[in-house]
Design a protein around this ligand. Structure first.
Ligand code: IPE
Ligand code: IPE
Ligand code: MG
Length: 246
């Protein structure tokens, strides 16, 4: 078993940032205020991961299903994304964070999608932390997209259909080339994945907390990492086998 504390830090953490609406509703505030508060928690989580030496952080900010929310809430979220891009990218860049937006960006207004592309371009050489922000993302969309892109490559004669295996598939899915997701966290108390990463969390450790996203701070993340460090990741083996192979 691993004894080195550093080796028990997850290389890649994925978070379903849930509970903004309830955080606001409990205070009799509009849900949009909860989303605004949630941005402070995003800042804290990025800083936390940088400090702890996590290599990649993937945040679920807007699902492909969230378009079905009331127009006012969707509009408020789009405004928040715009403002956040204007306000935060400079500092993230100064801190060496590489930003990537994952999801179908074509659905966003040009004003927003062009800022997303610009942020990705500006920070692409950074290496302190990879920050993946999932927007208009769905795990099934991701899988269907990878399948389509492989099929197109096969039709063009670039790959043989027989060559499609797990490793090639992974290269066509979102987060290709990044460390595997070690720790999947969902805040807000719901025990579901809600069409976030599906392919990528095959062997992630799952951690659920009742904390609402705007209340998430270093203590909540410390608790998640402490629990992760206690888990035995067996990947199908037995505990005895793991003791032998270390
Ligand atoms: C998560 O918080 C943020 C988004 C889905 C955009 P919610 O808005 O889902 O908050 P709850 O679950 O209603 O409290
Ligand atoms: C998942 O939260 C999406 C994000 C956090 C962006 P939801 O609030 O949309 O999930 P459900 O509706 O509870 O499954
Ligand atoms: Mg929710």
């Amino acid at each position: 078993m691993e004894t080195d504390a550093a080796s028990r830090i997850p290389r890649h953490i994925a978070i379903v940032m849930d509970g903004n609406g309830r955080w606001a509703e409990r205070r009799h505030l509009p849900r949009a205020i909860g989303h605004r508060e949630g941005q402070k928690a995003v800042r804290a989580a990025v800083e936390y991961c940088r400090r702890r030496g996590v290599e990649a952080l993937t945040l679920f900010a807007f699902s492909s299903e969230n378009w079905k929310r009331p127009e006012g809430e969707v509009g408020a979220l789009m405004q928040l994304f715009l403002k956040a891009l204007d306000r935060e990218v400079g500092e993230l860049h100064a801190n060496g964070v590489r930003i990537e937006f994952v999801g179908d960006l074509s659905a966003f207004a040009l004003e927003l999608s062009s800022r997303m592309h610009a942020a990705m371009e500006r920070t692409r050489e950074n290496s302190a932390l990879r920050l993946n922000v999932a927007v208009n993302y769905g795990g099934r969309w991701d899988i269907a997209n990878a399948a389509r892109s492989l099929a197109q490559a096969a039709v063009r004669g670039e790959i043989a259909a027989e060559a499609i295996d797990e490793s090639l598939f992974a290269q066509h899915a979102c987060l290709a080339g990044q460390p595997p997701v070690d720790l999947f966290i969902r805040t807000g108390g719901e025990l579901r994945v809600s069409n976030f990463l599906l392919w990528q969390i095959a062997y992630a450790e799952l951690h659920f907390t009742d904390a609402l996203w705007p209340d998430v701070d270093a203590d909540v993340l410390d608790a998640a990492l402490a629990e992760y460090a206690r888990r035995e990741r067996r990947y199908g083996l037995t505990s005895a086998q793991l003791r032998v192979t270390g």
